[in-house]
Design a protein around this ligand. Sequence first.
Ligand code: NI
Ligand code: MN
Length: 222
Amino acid sequence: MGISITFLGHAGFLLGDGTHTVAIDPFLTGNPVATMKPDEVKCQSIVLTHGHADHLGDTVAIAKANDATVFGAFEIVEYMGEQEIKGEPGNPGGKITADFGWVAFTQAVHSSSYDGRYMGMPCGAVVHMGGVTVYHLGDTGIFGDMKLLGEIYQPDIALVPTGDRFTMGPELATRAVEMIKPKVAVPMHFGTWPLLLPNATGFEPKGVEVKEMEPGETWQFS
Ligand code: NI
Ligand code: MN
């Protein structure tokens, strides 16, 4: 049991258990740090944290090319349905059983729209596959229930925005991870554009291994 984790750059990841591949927030076109093209992404499922273009990204093209199912907030899945893409709608607090394991959505303190259209609640996404639990925090500010979410889901890996301005910066992200208490924390959502911090300096949660990934990099967790 275990999974591979590939960083797509910005907030995008691929999780694989050898049978299934799940893409999270696959934003590649227009992503200055991306190393993969949308047509190189092979996956059966796509999980979206919210509708912003730097997260929804290439979902429509990738879903159509792979006949993939999109997991997301109700309004996002409604939008995907209009594009004839299969979906599994959810909302914070709920868990969705999937053929690779399950997906649960949490709250995120943020906003969610696409092309001026309301896209439901912004979310964090907890993905369980290959016996490993990954908590992608989405775009979010800090909130005290992160402690509770850590207790409930006991994530092995947290994917944590640290770029500041639109999300937590390194100081608040450090405190967030100290509440969630994963085994490993991966900083993300920094360095993509000048509006975000250029690096994750200062992201130093006590008692948690920090794994900084380069776009295109893959590592195994078991
Ligand atoms: Ni956003
Ligand atoms: Mn974002």
